[in-house]
Design a protein around this ligand. Sequence first.
Ligand code: URA
Length: 239
Amino acid sequence: MERLQKVIAQAGVTSRRKAEKLILDGQVKVNGSVVTELGTKVSPSDEIEVNGVPIDKEEPVYFLFYKPSGVISSVKDEKGRKVVTDYFPDIEQRIFPVGRLDYDTSGLLILTNDGDFANTLMHPKYHVEKRYVAKVKGIPSKLEIRQLSKGIMLDDGKTAPAKVKMKSLDKKKQTAIIELTIHEGRNRQVRRMFEALGYPVQKLKREGYGNLDLRGLNPGDSRTMTPHEVKQLRNLAVT
Ligand code: URA
């Protein structure tokens, strides 16, 4: 038995908070009767309707995917470019990516059909660490590395403190490999942080997401997440 608002959110209808409002507003029926009590428990055999439309109950599934660069973090693309769900041709559930990586960014992406889980992970209030490795043109100084870690001003505000590590540098080519761990998820944030200091990102990969990493996977590979990983990640997100 699960709480009604959780089941609605899990079906991808809306967030859990908005599902609570729908319930309180009398827009949810269980087995034909309006239910306005939050926390009502339902079982898989119960018929749930939101605004008169039955919800699709699907088993929640969770995948860890190594996105290659040159793929859109979406379920479809108007221009016909390759999208992440093209890598899951045999999955019947309607999975979607949790957040996005740029077209040119490779690395760890979670796909799920659990809207509630996705909303929790993407909520700006919560703090799941994302670890990126960037190859940049130019070699940032120690002071600039410190600036990045303290937070720098972008056009949408100052970035939160980050962990920054210089991994290697190539003086001849004038490039550097830098690891950056952030918990915010602003659009093109890592690229913009380096660009703000005058170091264009040539290559970007997300190597870690909370408790997860890419161990054992090659670009284009995926694996199902273990129930323990799902639970751990949910806990990491809300603490
Ligand atoms: N930051 C970026 O700039 N791009 C990504 O894809 C992810 C984080």
